[in-house]
Design a protein around this ligand. Sequence first.
Ligand SMILES: O=C(O)c1ccccc1NCC(=O)[C@H](O)[C@H](O)COP(=O)(O)O
Length: 620
Amino acid sequence: MQQNLSNSAKTDMQLKICGMKYQDNIKQVAALKPDYLGFIFYEKSPRHFDGVMPQLPEGIKKTGVFVNENLNTVIETVNKFKLQAVQLHGEESAFYCNMLNTSKQLNEPVEVIKVFSVKDGFNFEVLKQYENVCDYFLFDTKGKLPGGNGYTFDWSLLNNYPSTKPYFLSGGIGLDQVDDIKKFKESKAAKYCYALDVNSKFEIAPGLKNIAILKEFQNKLSDKTMQENYNVDDKGYYGNFGGAYIPEMLYPNVEELRQNYLKVMAEPEFKKEFDKLLKDYVGRPSPLYFAKRLSEKYNTKIYLKREDLNHTGAHKINNTIGQILMAQRLGKKRIIAETGAGQHGVATATVCALMGLECIVYMGEIDIARQAPNVARMKMLGATVIPAKSGSRTLKDATNEAIRDWINNPVDTHYIIGSAIGPHPYPDMVTRFQSVISEEIKWQLKEHEGRENPDYVVACIGGGSNAAGTYYHFLHEPNVNIIAVEAAGLGVNSGESAATSVLGKEGIIHGCKTLLMQTNDGQITEPYSISAGLDYPGVGPMHAHLAKTGRAEFMSITDDEAMKSGLELCELEGIIPAIESSHALAIFKQKQFKPNDVVVMSLSGRGDKDLNNYIEYFKI
Ligand SMILES: O=C(O)c1ccccc1NCC(=O)[C@H](O)[C@H](O)COP(=O)(O)O
């Protein structure tokens, strides 16, 4: 069986255009750079291919479509046309697929795509025998003909898809389906959807494709259109914010990552490994818990997304699992990280231990003192913790030290940034790894409330990685209100605060343009918060954009308000939250919600690391 890299950067699902017949038309369609082009080797089809195969651009996989064909004929055809994939559209058995897969007569290995026709329902049991003998499944609509019928089936049936094998979605897909595809992409069913397969809906005549409509389809599905203006653009900007403001010496490292991250993330093997570790190692999905007593107190419906229950006690591990797999794919042997509260440092040390890689964590001296248990954890996990002794000796200074290290060790080192900050592609990469949070919220809320979208999503923001992951799948849902909760420290105007959206101006920090607390002559102002994880003078560029455009409502919570709300959660729900998360909880004292509002809040971390702070604060 084969392994695949995405050819198309235009959509996050691959595209197969099937039923090609005519030389010139094939060349025009190939110029659109789909990932697969399909040729029907079934004589009864009006799209039957019997012409001359033109030279195709690199990266497009020529796919032969067969219906109950003699195996030797299939192999001869593959060799003759140098096909890279075979799509079996009849009643071919698992034994047949295996024979093809393992055939010594093939000049080159081929991907095997086994098709299943779906009508009103589908018995997924049938897939089991094919699991190990083909590379992909393809779900098409059952019709009069073996394929190319032009009808869609009920895609929600795939919500019950029991496998992790990537599949092609097919049957009647055309321009009219773009909105449905966008909705589908947000659903549980889409998790293993690897590619879209299109055919008759783009035809002028059987086998002759309409280039203009295909182009329109590609454009409408492209990431940029899908994600309008709240996601990153090609150059790494969210509106005015983002980019990659880096010293020349860092350019090769950042560029290597930029060129590879989307490709690697689209690899089925990568997705599979990532999902497996999230499930078996991290313990995902994290529960979406209806907080009954808290809801009663504030007379609204409050759900807590329990990231605190992840292995290592916070959301940070979602990203470090993703980045360690990325580092491995890029051949890196040494890992560096910065940490504030210590959660990201622990999550990084954990995945380095898991993968047997060297780990160096930079941490501000002040944070080392206030987060002693996490420092001990990192050391037990085999990491070297290096104190950052400059500036305020907190997160920003630790980040400076880590960047310095990376400049000095460009070849073998990967820098795992723990928040949605840094030069492009970090904010986007971290956000994508953390987006598992909102992906799960969608289907979990559907189970609880019968709808995928809450009225509000709420998260605390330092750099903003738990927030970015919590918002991601709701950014373009106009009915979902987004609330971002910042640390006001001793009060927004006290001079001891980290409320960046109020106090920040456009500036550059750690490689990106964002909202930044700074003096009039551009010197970074020292932030302050009782919570080490929110004690950062900037905010991720996505959040700066959400603040500037008004898409998110920013609220500021003081130390005192946060601490009291943290204690309240202990008393009402038996959950000790991290002080970071306590900031988000405190909004219920400031903002009135309606009784029927569904408010989903990210409980980003557990409070064990903060016990001493709670003890001292409340003299427990
Ligand atoms: O297209 C055909 O004529 C055909 C005939 C026999 C077997 C398969 C065939 N097409 C296979 C495909 O890959 C189609 O893209 C798939 O069935 C979806 O077609 P459509 O419903 O027209 O989008």
